[in-house]
Design a protein around this ligand. Structure first.
Ligand code: G6P
Length: 612
């Protein structure tokens, strides 16, 4: 979603802002803008453009035509008001006394607007951000200090925000404030930076501060001061980001998505290596001891998008292996349905970004009710990571493509690890079985690699089906969980309508959609369900469907039914999701490429959905 970058220092700001915004492109946006203060004249220039960042770069000669060493930049993903230059950020007051960029949503914007109109302010855009900048200006004119203007505005605003702000009367200074929308502060050798996400400033610095809710930062080229909402100065520790800048680059691949698909063997390896030590699972880093894990009688997995599909796979593994009942919920449903959470339960929130608004709200609801919460999170220091009682990091590294792949794969490993350890603690498996499961899990990286090595076949098949109108994915049990994710990958990036159905449900409606030539992908990795799903495939075939079968090596009789078959290596059946998802990710990718679409930044989608 929207991205923020700010810089104050010794270098020219505009090129740094544009480079930083380019690193945030993956979050999804529809317009962009920068504001830079010229030290000599004192003027603040604002340049904005609708559409891709390259238009803004062209307008400013890659930033060279906008002079000054202090500035803020923004990529906007429209919420209030259409994507347009007028609605793009930065927004400012008529006299440019305050210039501001904003991520998030101001819920009481109408009420604030009415108040400001009465005080003589005029509005030119349809954004809630223009209300924020004018509210800050209103309090600035009243109090004369930026800090008080910001804190008083923060107390009036309901909703979520991360702000980057410049005041005309305070040259060489940037201000930042946040509530429920991510924002970090960086210190580099040449100055200070603000950013909504780590990749934006990674090639400038790896040293950052995290601003918490209702806190304000004041940045100059030499130092950063932090304040709470009562305007008392607070001390913060600088944190070193371990990701390197290179991992946020394409590294020779045509798209981030393809690069990230290929990084899965390493991501899975890193993930296993982080938690399996000397033949045993070690959750000490998570803060969860085995005795605590044993006490949980019920698990709720709450997430959005692909992370929800990880929860679906996790349910099958947990319930079968550890015999713990698991409920899986979409965060947007869970948070609003007054959920009943049984005593001795653990709520697991799964999130790559750690900032998804609904997942974060679900977490906070559980914390209010004093239910223990574990966050399975990729982005270090993100809100869900920091607010969870137990934080289990996935070691996928920065994921840039909107459609998740490697983060999803590491989240699956987190599920296996938790389920195996819970099974051991609850004495559902003995030591031999425990060792056998861990040993098999260690083979997953090389088996994922083997699956990737077969990608040309998928590429060929994808090019044949690039013009499909509808695709159906069917499977049972874990194969249904894989189907859900395969179908999401397909629709996200190829814009082909696709649905996943539990194969047993076909007769209850979906089969009426099957007509001549329609593509149905059957997933059959679970031996006890193989025959059942196969007979569902026969049913759709006899109604004209074209069949792709996805199964494990050895199940060659699938070729009697399927028109095109894809095989993945055999593994412990709890882990097949990790392998079978790879051809489906590749299929979505290659269909998108064949259609000439923007694979990494599909239309209307955002990497991190920080508003509900
Ligand atoms: C967006 C992304 C998906 C992701 C979902 C949940 O829709 O495009 O790839 O699965 O958000 O995001 P999270 O960061 O919470 O995992």
């Amino acid at each position: 979603m929207c991205g923020i970058v700010g810089y104050v220092g010794e270098e020219q700001a505009a090129p740094i802002l544009l480079e930083g915004l380019a690193k945030l492109e993956y979050r999804g946006y529809d317009s962009a803008g920068i504001a830079v203060r010229n030290e000599t004249s004192g003027d603040i220039s604002i340049v904005k453009a609708k559409g891709r960042l390259k238009i803004l770069s062209e307008k400013t000669d890659n930033g060279r035509s906008v002079h000054g060493t202090c500035g803020i930049g923004h990529t906007r993903w429209a919420t209030h008001g259409e994507p347009s230059e007028n609605n793009a950020h930065p927004h400012c007051t008529d006299d440019k006394s305050v210039v501001l960029v904003h991520n998030g949503i101001i819920e009481n914007y109408q009420e604030l607007k009415d108040k400001l109109v009465k005080s003589g302010y005029t509005f030119y855009s349809q954004t809630d951000t223009e209300i924020a900048v004018k509210l800050v200006d209103y309090y600035y004119k009243k109090t004369g200090t930026p800090l008080e203007a910001l804190t008083r505005s923060m107390l009036r605003i309901r909703g979520s925000y991360a702000f980057g702000v410049m005041f005309h009367d305070h040259p060489g200074k940037l201000f930042a404030a946040r509530k429920d929308s991510p924002l970090i502060i960086g210190r580099s050798s040449s100055g200070s930076l603000i950013a909504s996400d780590v990749p934006a400033i990674l090639d400038k610095t790896r040293h950052v501060y995290y601003i918490d809710n209702m806190e304000i930062a004041e940045l100059t080229k030499d130092e950063v001061h932090f304040y709470n909402i009562d305007r008392e100065e607070i001390q913060k520790e600088i944190v070193e980001i371990k990701w390197d800048a290179e991992s946020a680059e394409k590294g020779g691949y045509e798209h981030f998505m393809l690069k990230e698909i290929h990084e899965q063997p390493k991501a899975v390896q890193d993930m296993i290596g982080a938690y399996v030590k000397d033949g045993a699972i070690d959750f000490s880093e998570v803060g969860l001891d085995d005795a605590a894990l044993k006490e949980f009688e019920r698990i709720y997995i709450v997430a959005c998008g692909s992370a929800y599909h990880v929860g679906m796979a996790g349910k099958y593994v947990f319930e079968d292996l550890a015999r713990i009942p698991v409920e899986v919920d979409l965060a947007s449903e869970f948070r609003y349905r007054n959920p009943i959470v049984a005593p001795n339960s653990l709520v697991i929130i799964v999130s790559q970004s750690g900032e998804t608004a609904d997942s974060l709200a679900a977490l906070r609801l559980m914390k209010e009710r004093e239910v223990p919460v574990m966050g399975i999170v990729n982005v270090v220091g993100s809100s869900i990571a920091r607010e969870s009682d137990y934080t289990l990091y996935t070691y996928a590294g920065p994921e840039i493509s909107v459609a998740t792949t490697k983060a999803y794969s590491t989240q699956l490993i987190a599920m296996y690890l938790l389920a195996i350890q819970a099974a051991k603690e609850k004495e559902m498996i003995d030591d031999d079985r425990y060792a056998e499961l861990l040993a098999e899990m260690e083979t997953l990286p090389s088996k994922i690699q083997k699956t990737l090595d077969d990608k040309e076949r998928i590429q060929w098949f994808a090019s044949k089906y690039a013009n499909a109108r509808d695709i159906f994915f069917i499977g049972r049990g874990l194969d249904y969980a894989i189907s859900l994710e395969g179908s999401l990958k397909m629709k996200e990036i190829s814009y082909i309508h696709s649905e996943a159905y539990a194969a047993g449900e076909l007769k209850h409606g979906p089969i009426s959609l099957v007509e001549n030539g329609i593509l149905v992908v059957g997933v059959l990795t679970q031996s006890d369900l193989f025959e059942k799903t196969l007979s569902n495939m026969v049913e759709v075939k006899s109604r004209g469907a074209y069949l792709m079968g996805l199964t494990t090596y050895g199940n060659y009789n699938i070729e009697d039914t399927a028109d095109f078959s894809v095989y993945v290596p055999k593994t412990e059946e709890y882990f097949t999701t990790s392998l079978a998802i790879v051809p489906l990710q590749l299929m979505g990718y290659y269909v998108s490429v064949a259609k000439g679409l923007d694979v990494d930044k599909p239309r209307n989608l955002a990497k991190s959905v920080t508003v509900e």
